[in-house]
Design a protein around this ligand. Structure first.
Ligand code: FMN
Length: 327
């Protein structure tokens, strides 16, 4: 079930129209929650006291927890909220106050680290703005909550901005935004949990996006070069990619033994296991358990491979600099 959290109040809301385009592309059963029509109130002293007592008892049967349970059970979540005063309308904040229930959407590990309990694999935040859109206090806030506390791995933004600028054709901008909606999905192994961040604040999914524009026949292993194509971008890129990712996150590079005697390299960072170049195997499922560690010394003993690694490293360095300068 897709949960559509609609925080739009204006008649013929532009944000709602854009969100409906997203819902259309997502497909599937939609449960709409119109926040302006729900009986949602800010947590006042009495409610907070009652709620805290119930949570401490682990007693989640009360009606007040229904919104949180609904949020935690959704398969996908779409939030539509116009850009108001650098943020979003107040009912959305009230909604978050009500659904952020420890034990339902999130819990704490013994070390005190929050761990998400939500089922949704993706959350899409949809907004429109009269002027230029700054995501800091709206999308930025929702993304942090979703990724770091609710455990939703893929959070993305769909927006249309500059709609109220004199001289701009708002309908045209909105139509273009609707046409441009692309719902990003990742197919590499472990993408759902690849949320670890490096010193640049980037996740392996961000690096997949960058590398997708860099991997080429030149960085592909020569014996597989005839199989590399823009439709098969990860072919022959595994070891140099995995060691490059290790440069950024640390951790280990492990190798899945292949029938031809070679190893397919992937990364393990803490308890995050991911394989940025797994797509080349199509529907074949690799076994990532009990794989031997791979060493740079062995792989880079081949000068040809070391040179491809240096080439990929240089190109990635440029892409990172460009991305960081734009963000
Ligand atoms: C109360 C209010 C506050 C707004 N604040 C901003 C703002 O801070 N920055 C901005 O660019 N636009 C702002 N706008 C303009 C809206 O973001 C813009 O018109 C948006 O497209 C409205 O979406 P809707 O049609 O879904 O209601 C504001 C509009 C309202 C009504």
């Amino acid at each position: 079930m897709i949960l559509y959290i609609n925080c739009c109040v204006r008649e013929a809301s532009r944000t709602d129209r854009l969100a409906r385009r997203v819902l259309e592309l997502l497909g599937g059963e939609v449960k709409e929650l119109r926040l302006y029509e729900e009986d949602l109130r800010p947590l006042d002293r009495g409610t907070l006291k009652r709620r805290t007592a119930l949570i401490e008892q682990g007693s989640y049967g009360d009606r007040m927890f229904e919104y949180a349970k609904q949020f935690a059970a959704a398969d996908s979540i779409v939030i539509a909220a116009p850009y108001w005063d650098l943020s979003f309308p107040a009912p959305l904040k009230v909604y978050f106050e009500n659904i952020y229930v420890t034990g339902i959407v999130s819990e704490y590990t013994e070390e005190g680290v929050p761990r998400g309990l939500c089922r949704a694999k993706r959350l899409i935040y949809v907004t429109t703005a009269g002027g230029p859109y700054d995501p800091t206090y709206s999308y930025g806030y929702v993304k942090s909550l979703a990724e770091d506390f609710f455990g939703i791995p893929e959070v993305s933004l769909v927006k249309a901005e500059m709609l109220d600028i004199v001289g701009n054709d708002a309908e045209e901008i909105l139509r273009k935004a609707m046409d441009d909606v692309v719902l990003r999905t990742y197919r590499f192994y472990g993408w759902e949990t690849a949320t670890v961040k490096d010193k640049n604040g980037l996740t392996p999914r961000d690096y997949y996006d960058l590398l997708a524009g860099i991997w080429s026949a030149d960085t592909c292993a020569p014996r597989m070069r005839h199989e590399w194509s823009p439709a098969n971008i990860t072919r022959g890129q595994c070891s140099i990619t995995a060691f490059l990712i290790q440069d950024l996150y640390g951790g280990k590079v492990l190798g899945v033994p292949l029938k031809d005697g070679n190893y397919h390299c992937f990364n393990v960072v803490g308890n995050c296991v991911f394989d940025l170049t797994s797509e080349q195997f199509g529907d074949v499922k690799l076994d990532y358990t009990d794989c031997p560690e791979q060493s740079r010394e062995v792989h880079f003993a081949k000068e040809e491979k070391r040179q491809r690694y240096e080439l990929l490293k240089e190109k990635l360095r440029e892409s990172i600099a460009e991305k960081l300068s734009l963000s």
